[in-house]
Design a protein around this ligand. Structure first.
Ligand SMILES: CC(C)(COP(=O)(O)OP(=O)(O)OC[C@H]1O[C@@H](n2cnc3c(N)ncnc32)[C@H](O)[C@@H]1O)[C@@H](O)C(=O)NCCC(=O)NCCS
Ligand SMILES: Nc1ncnc2c1ncn2[C@@H]1O[C@H](COP(=O)(O)OP(=O)(O)OP(=O)(O)O)[C@@H](O)[C@H]1O
Length: 289
């Protein structure tokens, strides 16, 4: 990707990150998650709140992109974007009245926005992912030492969650979600089924600390198994697969569990997909292929 200056880079990537979050929110019917049809396992969230939260984060992603423009991955950059990310969390909490709508999403999309802004030429999303992971691996001396759901899940189950996903190179983006998106499109599925199939593949593989925190190991094993059943039954475009998807949704509701980490990674996939699908036409014009 090539931008003329940091401002343009910030505006474009900020827009795309927000668009990816809105596209994830709009996708329905998502199992256990908030979408336009229902609020899944979330008593305190609505679709409108999710969209308002996403829109409020445009500036955060824009600032991360601007701060990363023509930089190298190093500890200083890590600490700068972490400070912007934490400000973004505060803004989100202000807009939602204290409800966590996008904490995990700020993390993954913030890192990827930085990775995209650093890699100025081409549309090599694998390289952007690698850079994002490299940045995540630098220590941030200013991380507040406060207990989180993630730290409690790590203490109970040894699962590293969002941080581990980033530090290990986002394997669920490179090995699960991006290949599934391509495969489902090649199989001729409609775009919303393509995205739903990608989400189901993520749920089938991810150790999602959102599910673990609310429902423990039993809920995580159930979610992975039932998501796998959807895929084994021909996927979301097959009648049997669709029935299994509804079973997955019902079981998540019974466990009061929600695959928030998978939703974040779907948004990240759509962000990268947007980068891949844009063709640089001349020095100023972008067009979608
Ligand atoms: C690393 C983060 C996510 C905190 O992690 P922790 O696990 O302690 O937090 P918490 O449990 O509250 O939230 C984690 C969220 O990640 C998502 N998630 C859960 N499991 C996974 C997984 N396996 N993979 C990816 N995402 C996941 C969910 O949405 C979940 O709600 C992050 O908030 C953070 O440290 N931010 C500091 C600011 C920063 O460094 N930003 C960098 C660039 S913006
Ligand atoms: N469509 C969505 N619906 C619900 N959560 C989503 C959605 N998209 C992304 N998420 C992610 O899920 C996380 C919220 O999940 P959850 O509500 O389980 O976490 P929490 O507020 O930390 O925990 P709890 O609600 O158990 O107190 C957010 O960090 C967000 O990034």
């Amino acid at each position: 990707m090539t931008w003329n200056n940091a401002k343009e880079c910030g505006e474009v990537l900020g827009d795309w990150a927000v668009q990816a979050l809105i596209a994830e929110a709009e996708l329905a019917p998502k199992p256990g998650l908030v979408d336009p049809e229902d609020t899944g396992s979330h008593a305190d969230m609505t679709f409108d709140l999710l969209v308002a939260s996403a829109v409020s984060l445009r500036e955060t992603f824009g600032q991360i992109a601007k701060a990363s423009y023509f930089r190298e991955p190093d500890q200083q950059l890590r600490e700068e974007i972490a400070a912007i990310g934490r400000q973004g969390e505060k803004k989100m909490m202000h807009v939602t009245g204290g409800i966590n709508t996008h904490k995990g999403a700020i993390w993954v999309l913030g890192l990827l926005t930085s990775g995209a802004a650093l890699n100025q030429s081409g549309q090599d999303v694998k390289r952007m992912i690698q850079t994002a992971s490299e940045i995540a691996c630098y220590p941030d001396r200013f991380t507040p030492n406060l207990p989180t759901h993630g730290s409690s899940v790590f203490a109970r189950f040894g699962v590293k969650g969002a941080r581990g996903e980033a530090e290990s190179g986002f394997p669920h983006l490179t090995k699960v979600a991006l290949p599934k998106l391509v495969e489902a499109r090649r199989n001729g599925l409609s775009e919303s089924l393509v995205r739903l199939e990608t989400l189901v593949a993520l749920i089938a593989h991810l150790d999602d600390t959102c599910i673990l925190h609310r429902g423990g190991l039993a809920a995580l094993q159930m979610a992975k198994q039932k998501a796998n059943d959807v895929l084994e039954s021909g996927g979301v475009s097959a009648t049997e697969g669709w029935i299994k998807l509804e079973e997955l949704n019902q079981s998540l509701l019974e466990h009061n569990a929600s695959p928030g980490g998978s939703a974040d990674l779907l948004a990240a996939t759509l962000f990268l997909d947007q980068i891949q699908s844009v063709r640089y036409v001349d020095e100023k014009v972008f067009s979608t292929t």
